[in-house]
Design a protein around this ligand. Structure first.
Ligand SMILES: Nc1nc2c(c(=O)[nH]1)N(C=O)[C@@H](CNc1ccc(C(=O)N[C@@H](CCC(=O)O)C(=O)O)cc1)CN2
Ligand SMILES: Nc1ncnc2c1ncn2[C@@H]1O[C@H](COP(=O)(O)OP(=O)(O)OP(=O)(O)O)[C@@H](O)[C@H]1O
Length: 185
């Protein structure tokens, strides 16, 4: 099997594993994410508008927005790094690429912390996304400029032994789930 085929199979399996976790989702599941972000008050942070069966980071984003800049990813073009637009709970949103909502008016900024959505993660910071490579390209650019913290946010049940990795994959620095905080070894 080629790496592309291995990744495709891992994605199919990860979607199936995530679905029942989402069915039991509650707002309290962002509690540990709030706790982590409380240690970085005022540092610009990107969250995300959940799509499909992703865990919802918005309660933690709303709290962080009271202290500093918070934003969401915006796809500028295929195969290009993401841009980030400021978000507060009252922001008027419109449909963006792939169904993820984006602010109607884009006020771009550069986050130093990225809350990263994912299909599967492992304890070494490996991550499997939807396959666009958007977060990998984005983290590569941001990390070339300054220290940038990538925090995976997922249901605990999305953990795998080892996510299939390629050279361009950017590692997560920390993974936060609804049951705790996973330091990357
Ligand atoms: N909530 C959220 N927002 C996000 C992301 C994300 O993963 N989650 N992204 C993270 O990158 C970007 C959106 N990228 C995405 C890329 C692909 C698919 C997707 O569903 N792809 C199809 C396959 C498309 C194809 O065949 O080319 C699929 O998986 O079925 C979704 C989002 C920016 N915003
Ligand atoms: N920095 C990069 N430069 C060029 N190509 C890249 C880069 N990062 C990733 N890619 C390419 O993008 C494609 C998708 O990457 P990958 O499978 O890692 O996506 P993903 O991390 O699952 O998706 P996403 O980050 O959008 O959630 C791959 O072909 C990969 O080689």
């Amino acid at each position: 099997m080629s790496l592309a085929e291995i990744k495709a199979a891992a994605r199919t399996a990860a979607f199936a594993r995530r679905k029942p976790l989402f069915a039991g989702a509650t707002a309290a599941q962002a509690g540990y994410l709030s706790e982590v972000l409380a240690g970085y008050r005022g540092v610009p942070v990107s969250g995300f508008m959940p799509i499909r069966t992703e865990i919802d980071p918005r309660p933690a984003m709303a709290e962080a927005a009271a202290y500093g800049p918070v934003g969401v990813p915006v796809i500028e073009a295929a195969a290009k790094p993401l841009k980030f637009a400021r978000w507060i709970p009252d922001t008027v949103m419109v449909a963006g690429a792939f169904g993820a909502a984006v602010p109607a008016q884009l006020e771009l900024f550069e986050p130093e912390i990225l809350i990263v959505p994912l299909l599967a993660f492992d304890r070494s910071g490996g991550r499997l996304g939807y396959g666009g490579g958007y977060y990998d390209r984005t983290l590569e650019v941001l990390r070339a400029k300054r220290a940038t913290l990538a925090i995976g946010f997922a249901f605990a049940g999305q953990e795998v032994d080892a996510a299939p990795l390629e050279l361009t994959d950017q590692p997560l620095d920390l993974v936060v789930t609804e049951t705790g905080i996973i330091e990357i070894s």
